[in-house]
Design a protein around this ligand. Sequence first.
Ligand SMILES: Nc1ncnc2c1ncn2[C@@H]1O[C@H](COP(=O)(O)OP(=O)(O)OP(=O)(O)O)[C@@H](O)[C@H]1O
Length: 274
Amino acid sequence: MAVAEKSSDGKSAAAAARSDADRWVPTVIAEELHIVYRVNGGPRGKGSATAALSRMVRRGGEKGVRKVHAVRGVTFTAYRGEAIGLIGSNGSGKSTLLKAVAGLIPAERGKVYTDGQPSLLGVNAALMNDLTGERNVILGGLAMGMSREQIRERYQGIVDFSGINEKGDFITLPMRTYSSGMAARLRFSIAAAKDHDVLMIDEALATGDKKFQKRSEARIRELRKEAGTVFLVSHNNKSIRDTCDRVLWLEHGELRLDGPTDEVLKEYEKFTGK
Ligand SMILES: Nc1ncnc2c1ncn2[C@@H]1O[C@H](COP(=O)(O)OP(=O)(O)OP(=O)(O)O)[C@@H](O)[C@H]1O
């Protein structure tokens, strides 16, 4: 990771120190973090309801429980104003790491500290399929802690940003009538309407079309300026390159590299052969 440069003359050193102080405010600290999932059920013929019941009543702790060690000893510090990409093969632990930072999964060992409220925006974030887009904007806004007044002020901006109404009045139709891309765009637009302390985006950009991807990348850059920290999980190296200045590369749950986007992507592309 880049280290702040020091200035030699007194005045600019003071200014530099002040801007460095603003810049290097930690927002997320992970220390030797380990995440382990526990899955009930052994390998063969143990999937029946009777077997599950007998496992529940059986004494003797974790017998029959399989463990998946998804994150292995990850350590990093994220700072205010950074946009950090998370890359790695399928199953390398990216989503798990984000969930742990969001406080949705407990650490097996190690620690995660966050400053402010982390918000995790996944393409699977729950909106209500039977309700209209309009109602979901309101409910989603309330769920993120916005007031009714703030939602009213930002409503049109959210709808315009999502582009849902570009081809007709879709916002007044139930979400179940939306394509998966439209639904993902609406989720992103709702989440991006708020200034987040720590915003974590899981593959959201990959689902929209090119035009929407450009808009959301621009919004991520804005969110960074507004002093938040943005994490972006993506398999799209171009999105990562356009949006992030730092990248964490995970493989088998371990942090392989942490550094400037270009350097890490170069190594990753060698690894994947692309
Ligand atoms: N709920 C769960 N229960 C058990 N194991 C899980 C669960 N979720 C993920 N895993 C396992 O944890 C490991 C890491 O998964 P994770 O979803 O974090 O990877 P990822 O890097 O985000 O993958 P992808 O790029 O495919 O989205 C995988 O081995 C996966 O099988």
